[in-house]
Design a protein. Structure first.
Length: 174
């Protein structure tokens, strides 16, 4: 479904913004963190050798999935500075949107209950109108922590200006 959203956005001339999550060796010095932060650091998910290095990036957990590369690696997609924990509060997503006078956002992506929900909350609090595409998000089901997707979808309904399916979002963009 994410590929369908990318295609519809590109075909209709919508801006596409990527808020990546990268971790670097200096992040290993963190003295505390939540359960998923610890898992990401221990598993070296979204790992890069440094903020200015792309060594080992291709094919790593920090790289884009191959099926999305044509949509992301063009001359129009904006890849904002990385977020460290979950929200865009510490990156330049809001700045990039505001400088383009964009005030409506269609949100999708991975870690529905953490990154997507945190981006949703921050964008709403910054005054954006935000629709979430619930079937173009993903979240873990963890044996002890629970079903992240189910938790996210409930909160999307409470928070978002709209909760859409991919079919609905493609129609709205068309």
């Amino acid at each position: 479904n994410l590929a369908r959203l990318f295609k519809a956005a590109k075909d209709q001339g919508f801006g596409v913004f990527i808020s990546p999550h990268y971790l670097y060796p200096h992040d290993q010095a963190w003295q505390f963190g939540g359960a998923v932060e610890k898992m990401m650091l221990e598993g070296k998910e979204f790992w890069r050798p440094g903020p200015l290095s792309l060594t080992g990036f291709s094919g790593s957990g920090a790289d884009w999935l191959d099926r999305f590369k044509p949509f992301i690696e063009d001359d129009k997609t904006v890849v904002v500075s990385p977020h460290k924990v979950y929200s865009p509060r510490c990156n330049d997503l809001v700045l990039q949107l505001r400088k383009r006078r964009i005030d409506k956002v269609i949100l999708a992506g991975m870690m529905a209950n953490l990154c997507v929900e945190s981006h949703l909350r921050e964008l709403l609090e910054q005054g954006f109108e935000v629709a979430v595409v619930k079937d173009a998000t993903a979240a873990p089901r963890h044996p002890q922590l629970g079903d992240g997707y189910k938790a996210a979808v409930i909160n999307f309904g409470f928070l978002a200006n709209a909760v859409l399916t991919t079919d609905d979002a493609v129609k709205v963009m068309g």
